[in-house]
Structure formats: C-alpha cells, structure tokens
Design a protein around this ligand. Structure first.
Ligand code: PLP
Length: 371
C-alpha cells in the first residue's frame, strides 16, 4: 500500500517557493465550500481589495488567476498581443526569454532588446528600439529577474514606453511584497505576479491587474483570444466589477483561503514594513557573506533584497555545496541558470523567509559547508 506523503523538514532559501507561515497552511485546511457560495464570494471581494492594495492600484480588473505565475504571464500576452503585432521585449535573464516565447505563441513578432545577464534593462536601449520601430504598441520586461537577482527601473521604462504610445506589461513575480510595485503611480498597464515568492503562499495562483487602457485594447481586439481559459472577457464574468459571479471554472477554493490569509498577514505587518524587512535582512546576509569572502556580483544599487546572487569561488563545487546544505542542514538554495549555471548560487529571502533567524542559520550552514 502506498502511504501518505510527509515532506521532509526544509528551510526554503532558494528562488521560490518561500517559507509558508503555519497560519496560511491552517487557513488552507479549512472546510471546502462552494465557489459560488455567498460567503466565498465575499472572501473573493476581500482578496481583490487586498491585492489592489498590495499592487498599489485601483484597477477594477485585479484578480488571482487560478494557476501559477507562468499563467499570469500568459494571461497578459494572450489578451494583449494579436497576430501580426510587433512587441518590444527586454531580455536580461530567463524570464524575459519566456516573455519572448509568449509573444511568438500569441502570433506576435518580438523585437528583442537584449541586456547582459546580471545587469538591469537599459532604458536608453529601450528608447532606441522604440525610435527605430515606430508603431510598436506594446513593451514587456521583468522588474525583478529571479534568474540573476537584478531589479530594473520600472518607473523609467514605463515612462519611456508611454512617451512612444506603447502599453507596458511588467513581470513582478519576484518583486511583489518584497520591493515596491507602484502600479498606478508608475502607470503599468498589465502586471502579473506569483504567490510563492514574497507573498509567502504555496505556488499555484497568479495575481494580475489591468489598467483601463489595457482593457480598452482587449475590447478592441480584431481576433478572439485563442485561450479559452485565460480570455479576460470571460474571466471578468466571475471576478470583474459588478460581475454576476457566473460559473467560469471551479476556483481553487482552499488555495484562495491561503492567499487571503497571506494577504491579511501582509496587511497586519504593513506593506512598507515588509519592504523594509526584506532590505534589512538582505543587508545582514550580505554582510555575513562578505565576511566569509563571498562576493555578490550584482552592483549594490541594482540588487534585489529578496534574491541574492552569490559568486561561487573558483575552488568550490557549486552543486556539491547545495547538496550538502540540503542533506546536512535541510536548507534549500538555488543554482544559477543559463550563462550563470555553475557560477552563482541564488539565496532567497522572500516573504516569511526574510527573518534574522534564517539569515543566521544559512550563514552558519554555509560556513560549516565551505570550511
Ligand atoms: N516570472 C518570474 C520572474 C519568475 O521568477 C517565475 C518563477 O520563478 C515566473 C515568472 C513563473 O512563475 P511560476 O513558476 O509560478 O509559473
């Protein structure tokens, strides 16, 4: 007989998922009720209001897509890209590359603005690409590149795109909850995130939000959205303003209890306090790593506090170190991806993971492992 699965004890200090608070796990184990039950619908309204607050937006169309961050990405592209559209995509890591793939699969023509992995998106290059390609109506980039630990300047990039008449899609999967995402102030038109990073929820939901200009673009579409599940015209009937809450798909009810609780916890702490906590513990981690003569290759002003790339010293076996941290200390950290594979570790301080005890535990385990 197959037995019930009991996961081993782990401390999640990689690029996500992050530690999930017992309060969130407890919320998820509450009884399942119907997804059209008035009590559940009331909870959905609260989730929407808390997501609007977390994303710093008043966008009416703000909701958690019932699938992971990748589905949030896909929701933005399948709704905003039409066959034949030219779309500028800034690529400075793995997830910019995935955006490009989404443009192609939505029938669009990507115009790639490439930056070095480990550097932010260069605003001048974006401006040059927009000048060289008049008529481009959409720009996309990643605010917090999880593959490199670099933050790009969303405010400046959106301002440039708007000056050239383009809407903007921004990936904030790793940013949201750990570093400011000021959707309305910066003028982002379509934004998506994930629950398993700085919101400290299990994976599987993707908060998204769309501006009025983005909705107008979707309403004007000449072709139907090719994905039935992600077509916002249909999703809006369930989540939208004044929606009849008619059946679209069966919502992941218990996962949404978890998201509700995680957002309540964030509200109790205060979003600005959460941003400050991520920065404080990042500084402690950085100081400890540097004291061990480990280097953080990303420039200090471009670093994400919640995702720390650490250069692997030349005489150290990158994979063996991660294996020992996991086997002897129960700590998970991440490997480098693409051109950074074997060259960096990625240490996450996301959401509930970002606290003094975890920083101390990781530093002690690293010291022991590298000795
Ligand atoms: N975008 C970024 C920046 C990410 O870090 C991730 C996941 O790590 C994704 C998108 C995809 O999210 P998910 O793995 O939840 O589908």
């Amino acid at each position: 007989m197959t037995k019930s699965f009991h996961p081993p004890k782990r401390l999640l200090m990689g690029p996500g998922p992050s530690e999930v608070d017992p309060r969130v796990l407890a919320a998820m184990s509450r009884p399942t009720i119907g997804h059209l039950d008035p009590a559940f619908v009331g909870m959905m309204d609260e989730i929407k209001a808390m997501l609007q607050n977390t994303l710093r937006t008043r966008n009416a169309l703000t909701l958690p897509v019932s699938a992971p961050g990748s589905a949030g990405m896909e929701t933005c592209f399948v709704n905003l890209v039409e066959p034949g559209d030219r779309v500028i995509v800034c690529v400075n890591g793995v997830f910019g590359g995935r955006m490009k793939e989404n443009i192609v699969r939505s029938g669009g023509e990507p115009i790639v603005v490439e930056d070095t992995w480990g550097k932010p998106v260069d605003p001048d290059k974006l401006e040059d690409a927009l000048k060289a390609n008049p008529g481009v109506r959409l720009v996309a980039f990643v605010q917090a590149e999880t593959s490199t630990g670099v933050e790009s300047d969303t405010r400046t990039l959106v301002e440039i795109a708007h000056r050239h008449g383009s809407l903007v899609i921004v990936d904030t999967v790793t940013a949201l909850g750990g570093t400011p995402v000021l959707t309305d102030e910066w003028g982002i038109d379509a934004v998506y995130a994930g629950t398993q990073k700085c919101l400290s929820c299990p994976p599987g939901l993707a908060p998204v939000s769309f501006s009025e200009a983005a909705l107008e673009r979707i309403r004007e579409r000449r072709h139907p959205v090719q994905s039935w599940f992600l077509d916002l015209n249909l999703v809006m009937g369930y989540w939208g303003e004044g929606a009849k809450r008619s059946y679209h798909h069966t919502a992941p009810i218990n996962a949404l209890y978890g998201l509700h609780e995680a957002l309540v916890m964030l509200e109790e702490e205060g979003l600005e306090n959460a941003w400050a906590r991520h920065r404080r513990h990042h500084e402690a981690l950085r100081a400890g790593l540097e004291a061990m003569r480990l280097e953080l290759p990303v420039a200090p002003t471009e670093r994400l506090p919640q995702l720390n790339a650490v250069a692997v010293p030349g005489d150290v076996d990158e994979a063996a170190t991660r294996r020992m941290l996991l086997e002897h200390h129960g700590i998970e950290i991440g490997a480098g991806l693409g051109p950074l594979a074997g060259k960096v570790w990625r240490i996450g301080l996301m959401g509930q993971t970002a606290n003094a005890r975890n920083v101390r535990e990781l530093l002690a385990a690293m010291e022991h492992t590298l000795a």
